[in-house]
Write a protein that binds this ligand. Structure first.
Ligand code: KIV
Ligand code: ZN
Length: 527
């Protein structure tokens, strides 16, 4: 195939492999927001989901396929006709589309998961690719657990799927087991031993179980891969996937070493990272490379002295190059539309007039409660503007009484989309517990609370608190988050978001399928 030898395609799988990790599931409107941000970021391929996993996944992939122009929209399928046809159907309106089929090849998966012999694996992989090629000109094949597959057999599978019409062959390190030297060797082996390898684009897909996903991906690229599969903030199964922002900035910052380019607009990295973090409710560690709060901070005297002389002494990339605009500017209730708009734009957000007016009104309301508004407050306002899962329940009123030795009491008024107004008052072990119990009683949804986190989104005594709630319901993890200057209110709203997600999931109707002809984690409802 003809390909620019210096170009590395960025295949983003935040909406599929990222979304697959517990607590990271997204609603359809949230997936659309992320897909728009990814298109703006300049990724080449968006893996939008796994349509066979659930009705919700199918609908989300279809919606993204209809709306997103620019990047290729891709859907994942196991090597069976039903899955593949479902992907083709979901992608039918995409201007540019790809079907991604996968089948595990390692001895461990063959014996323990699939119970299939090598010949059967080759036959099913080839059949899957052929079915997909009949429906789509762009077909990717992934031998799941490739890094633990016997090299000769892997080469045999890769050769067979290229002969069958695969245009991209992706080599996953599914369990994050490989190390850079070994993985580089694997790519060199395939390039030397697979007849017709030049007819397909080689791709790499790494998990981060040993913290080497980015290093392994870069080594694969040095050894000939020309597509990297990754996720924003590295979210994904277990320890996550190769982090998009890290791998892109490694290629960019060390361009003279790699001599390779991507189409990613690096100044969009920071806002995209914040958006995804906010939507999946997974805070970014302060010391996270590229997008962490401390990534460009200099504390020690020696470093500060060096920075004052010249930034290159301790900085290998400029914060602006990743879209981080630092400001000591503090906004307050006297700040006008102009100053607010400028700050929103400096933080990397583009709002249309309607959205801007809504966020500005919320900014004014917040400024009445809180003296100084920092970047974290403004980000939270913009990101939450349409972020919460819009399920059937809305909180109309919350009253709590606590202290004085008596049990805390909460009363809620909840409105259901069908018009019902439900009021409940209960006691609990503190005001947060009482508020959560009141919502449980009012909605009739009984969950097991697994984790409750509270953090401040900005500075100051009157800082806003973000509550993130994780619960288990029907063997699935659900998450909700909310921000307010009142932590009881943010906790109650976060919990209500969980209830709404559960209601949406019930409506979407998760479908479960057996894994004999497939692999990884399936049966994830899109919530
Ligand atoms: O990790 C993995 O093997 C995968 C494949 C489906 C590509 O996610
Ligand atoms: Zn994966």
């Amino acid at each position: 195939m003809t390909q620019n030898p210096d170009q590395v395609l960025i295949f983003d799988t935040t909406l599929r492999d990222g979304e697959q990790s517990p607590g990271c599931s997204m609603t359809q409107p949230e997936k659309l927001r992320v897909a728009r941000a990814l298109a703006e970021l300049g990724v080449d391929v968006i893996e939008a989901g796994f349509p066979a996993a659930s009705r919700g996944d199918f609908d989300a992939v279809s919606a993204i396929a209809r709306e997103i122009a620019g990047p290729i929209v891709c859907g994942l399928a196991r090597c069976n006709r039903d899955d593949i046809e479902l992907v083709a159907k979901a992608l039918q309106h995409a201007p540019r589309r790809r079907i991604h089929v996968f089948l595990a090849t390692s001895a461990i998966h063959r014996e323990h998961k699939l119970n299939m012999a090598k010949e059967e694996i080759v036959r099913i992989a080839v059949e899957g690719v052929k079915i997909a090629r009949d429906l789509c000109a762009d077909v990717e094949f992934s031998p799941e657990d490739a890094s633990r597959t016997e090299l000769e057999f892997l080469a045999q599978v890769v050769e067979a799927v290229i002969d069958a019409g695969a245009t991209t062959v992706n080599i996953p390190d599914t369990v994050g087991y490989t190390v850079p030297d070994e993985f580089g060797e694997l790519f060199r082996y395939l390039r030397q031993n697979v007849r017709g390898i030049e007819r397909a684009r080689l791709s790499v897909h790494c998990h981060d179980d040993l913290g080497m996903a980015v290093a392994n991906s870069l080594t694969a690229v040095v050894a000939g891969a020309r597509q990297i599969e990754c996720t924003v903030n590295g979210i994904g199964e277990r320890a996550g996937n190769c982090s998009l922002e890290e791998v892109v900035m490694a290629l960019k910052t060390r361009e003279t070493f790699f001599n390779l380019r991507t189409n990613v607009q690096s100044t969009r990295l920071y806002p995209t990272s914040r958006l995804v973090s906010n939507i999946v409710g997974m805070p970014i560690p302060r010391n996270k490379a590229i997008v962490g709060e401390n990534a460009f901070a200099h504390e020690s005297g020696i470093h500060q002295h060096g920075m004052l002389k010249h930034h290159s002494t301790y900085e290998i990339m400029r914060p602006e190059s990743v879209g981080l605009s630092r400001s000591s500017l503090v906004l307050g209730k006297h700040s006008g539309r102009h100053a607010f708009r400028e700050r929103v734009q400096q933080l990397g957000f583009e709002l249309d007039e309607l959205e801007f007016n809504r966020v500005f009104a919320e900014f004014k309301a917040l400024a009445d409660k809180k003296k100084e508004l920092f970047d974290g407050d403004i980000e939270a306002l913009v990101l939450r503007a349409e972020g919460a899962a819009s399920g059937p329940w809305t909180l109309e009123d919350l009253q709590t009484i606590a202290g004085g030795g008596a049990p805390a009491r909460a009363a809620v008024k909840l409105r259901h989309a069908d018009g019902r107004l439900v009021e409940r008052g209960v006691t609990g072990d503190g005001p947060v517990d009482a508020a959560v119990k009141a919502i449980e009683t009012a909605t009739g949804i009984d969950v097991a609370l697994r984790k409750f986190e509270l953090r401040s989104v900005s500075a100051g005594e009157d800082a806003q608190g973000e509550a993130i709630v994780y619960v288990e319901y029907n063997e699935r993890t659900y998450r909700g988050s909310s921000v307010s200057t009142d932590i009881v209110e943010s906790s109650a709203r976060a919990f209500l978001e969980v209830v709404n997600r559960i209601e949406l999931a019930r409506k979407a109707g998760a479908r479960t399928r057996d894994e004999r002809t497939g692999g990884a984690r399936i049966a994830q409802a899109a919530v």
